[in-house]
Design a protein around this ligand. Structure first.
Ligand SMILES: Nc1ncnc2c1ncn2[C@@H]1O[C@H](COP(=O)(O)OP(=O)(O)OP(=O)(O)O)[C@@H](O)[C@H]1O
Length: 219
């Protein structure tokens, strides 16, 4: 069974002319795939990713995650779905500057998860993202590349089944961007990966490229 299954999913603009932002989209993603979502600016990449991440509901069609229907969930149910299953990384790391790196990473844990091993878990994740020993530093002291790697750790702490990264290298220079891509695409395959980008380097890492052009999804 596919982890992600979209059947004729659409998205209409919620303002103005209610134009079709996402044309009917049928897409399956298997667990463990590492998918790059590529296409020009304004094509609908973020819209597609945000429907898959249940950040916003589709206007039509059906979305199933691991066989469970996601379409039509009330906002609180979508929030629970996200908290349990989906880690997010955005263009900006969204760290709370005055809090420690450890506190920032621990914020990724859903409220109902046990906190007994948090320090140990954060330590392990920081090591994995190349930030070992930085637990107690304020996030403000991290460089741009380090902040984004801490954001990856924060997204991973709940052991999500799906990690969605939307333009994760968009604010980084070449070297730091390459390091973040290596980190994401080097993750164990128990995390299914969707990375939105118009950075052509990303196609070299991904196991599959999905293209979005003018709201039409292919691949
Ligand atoms: N809720 C909405 N209401 C109106 N228009 C919307 C809505 N959501 C997205 N759009 C429009 O749909 C188009 C696609 O947006 P989207 O953010 O998905 O593109 P993108 O491919 O991620 O672009 P970029 O690479 O520039 O981030 C844009 O023109 C955007 O303004």
């Amino acid at each position: 069974m596919s982890l992600i299954e979209l059947v004729e999913v659409t998205f209409r603009a919620t303002t103005g002319d209610r134009a079709m932002v996402l044309q009917p989209t049928t897409l399956e993603v298997q667990a463990g795939e590492q998918v790059a979502i590529m296409g020009p600016s304004g094509a609908g990449k973020t819209t597609l990713a945000s429907i898959i991440g249940a950040l916003q509901p589709a206007s039509g069609g059906e979305y199933r995650f691991d066989g469970e229907p996601i379409t039509g969930h009330a906002p609180r149910r979508s929030a629970r779905f996200r908290a349990t299953n989906v880690g997010f990384v955005f263009q900006s790391a969204h760290m709370i500057d005055e809090r420690s790196v450890m506190e920032n990473v621990a914020l990724g844990l859903p409220p109902d998860r046990p906190r007994s091993r948090v320090r140990e878990q954060v330590g392990e994740l920081l090591e994995r993202v190349g930030l070992a020993g930085k637990e107690d530093q304020p996030a403000a002291t991290l460089s741009g590349g380090e902040r984004q790697r801490a954001a990856v750790a924060r997204a991973l702490i709940k052991s999500p089944r799906l990690l969605i990264a939307d333009e994760p290298t968009g604010s980084l220079d070449q070297a730091n961007g390459a390091a973040v891509l290596d980190l994401l695409f080097g993750l164990p395959r128990d995390v299914t990966l969707l990375v939105v980008s118009h950075d052509p380097r990303i196609g070299e890492h991904a196991s599959r490229v999905v293209s979005v052009v003018d709201g039409r999804v292919s691949g």
